[in-house]
Design a protein around this ligand. Structure first.
Ligand SMILES: [Zn+2]
Length: 444
């Protein structure tokens, strides 16, 4: 028998039914009310939505499905922000997040949050973490936490509320230092991004520092099966996953003890899955783009925001008994990967599955040039690199073999694709924080 999902009671409280059993009917009625309010507010306060929703009567919205009539909001809208999407005065904004993306040039996305919205995220983190952390636990946080309102800082605050001890470490770029902290702090739970976390685990193992961790929460990037499998083997830990993005207010959903999809933050987000080409809704269980509408935000509400992530709504009830909608793992980004011509598309996910399964790989940076000739270079960061180069040579060979076995690469090699592998000079992780991707180099 699985434990009751702590997000149920929290969601019931959020929707105005504290102490009551959470039901789909109550959730849907609440979401419709909040949706009407959000649309009316956005239209009244933001020049962007005033124009975008000009022909739409929010008060007349009678079902959640009627949302389909509305236009999408896109990442480009957040980049241009002209006319502005902001619905409150600048003085009411307590945090602005600027998101640069490697894949696009031009202006960055800017997302605005009020103090109330920051508090709502903190509350979600608090109750979401109860799925895996218990009072008295020591929780190591491997996310940046220096700035107020950053993921690491909010998580630390959230954990303090539930009598757990947060240990705010920061981004684990230096593997030796992070592994030392893990041992020193006798942690029960670790929260971090998938690849850096596996790298720390591998470093600790390679340098003879056995570590015991009960639970792990992976967040901020897709976790490949290779990462989950290797991490569970090294630490014998239970692995939980969180899905979210800054635009969602950081938190989106977290899986439960059944490990069968992310239970969504439905008191604050209305999630749709649509065909990425036609924009039409897809059936439960079918893949499509995650689109969401914020239900409580007043600073910069997002209406039908296209996340760019491909996933699916999982049908049927969860074994944990929660009525909260479950989202499957993110399968890929809509615009992910590089086109290898005859070989099809190469994604970071395919590279992760192949290369992170190799012992001693801490991380890697793939860069692609369309040519001519088309070329792929992979720089590998090795765990606990030793001065002897024998292991370097063996690792280059092993990575090369794994690359050549990835179907799109194998097919493209027949058409002239060249690839090369090098080993990074030391065992520090690349400094980038957030989602990993294939770097596209300009052609000569
Ligand atoms: Zn569940």
């Amino acid at each position: 028998m699985l434990p009751t999902n702590p997000l149920d009671a929290w969601t019931a409280q959020q929707i105005g039914s504290p102490g009551a059993l959470l039901t789909r009917a109550d959730l849907a009625a609440y979401q419709l009310r909040q949706l009407r309010q959000t649309l009316a507010w956005a239209k009244a306060k933001s020049p962007f939505y005033r124009h975008r929703l000009a022909d739409f009567d929010a008060a007349g919205l009678s079902t959640l499905d009627a949302l389909r009539e509305l236009p999408f909001t896109t990442a480009d809208d957040l980049r241009t922000n002209d006319p502005p999407l902001l619905c409150v005065s600048q003085s009411e904004v307590s945090r602005i997040v600027t998101l640069e993306t490697s894949a696009t040039s031009g202006p960055a996305k800017r997302i605005f949050f009020t103090a109330q919205e920051q508090a709502a995220t903190l509350d979600f983190f608090d109750h979401g973490m109860r799925v895996l952390a218990q009072p008295g636990d020591r929780v190591l946080i491997l996310f940046p936490g220096e700035r107020p309102g950053s993921v690491g800082e909010l998580l630390a605050q959230a954990l303090s509320r539930q009598c757990a001890t947060p240990i705010a470490y920061g981004w684990p770029q230096d593997l030796a230092a992070a592994a030392a902290a893990l041992r020193r702090e006798r942690t029960d739970v670790v929260v971090g991004a998938p690849v850096p976390l596996l790298a720390v685990a591998r470093y600790a193992a390679a340098t003879g520092q056995p570590v015991r961790v009960r639970s792990v929460l992976l967040s901020a990037d897709q976790a490949s099966a290779a990462v989950r499998r290797c991490l569970a083997q090294l630490w014998g830990c239970e692995i939980f996953e969180h899905y979210g993005m800054t635009e969602m207010g950081l938190g989106g959903g977290v899986d439960c003890a059944a490990h069968a999809g992310y239970h969504l933050r439905e008191s604050e987000l209305l999630v749709e899955i649509v065909d990425p080409v036609s924009g039409e809704p897809v059936a439960d269980g079918e893949p499509g783009e995650v689109v969401f509408t914020t239900l409580t935000r007043r600073g910069m509400p997002l209406v039908r925001y296209r996340s760019g992530d491909i996933s699916r709504r999982l049908p049927g009830p969860c074994a944990c008994g929660s009525p909260l909608t479950r989202l499957g793992r993110i399968e890929r980004r809509v615009a992910a990967g590089v086109d290898l011509g005859a070989g099809g598309t190469l994604t970071i996910g395919a590279l992760d599955e192949a290369l992170l399964a190799i012992e001693f790989v801490a991380d890697f940076v793939p860069s692609w040039r369309s040519g001519p000739p088309p070329s792929l270079h992979v720089e590998v960061t090795q765990v606990a690199r030793v001065a002897a180069t024998q292991r370097d040579t063996a690792l280059v060979a092993e990575v090369s073999t794994a690359l050549a076995a990835i179907p799109p690469i194998a097919a493209a090699m027949a058409n002239g694709l060249q690839f090369s592998v090098s080993i990074a000079r030391d065992d520090r992780l690349p400094g980038r924080v957030g989602k990993r991707s294939i770097v596209v180099e300009p052609s000569p």
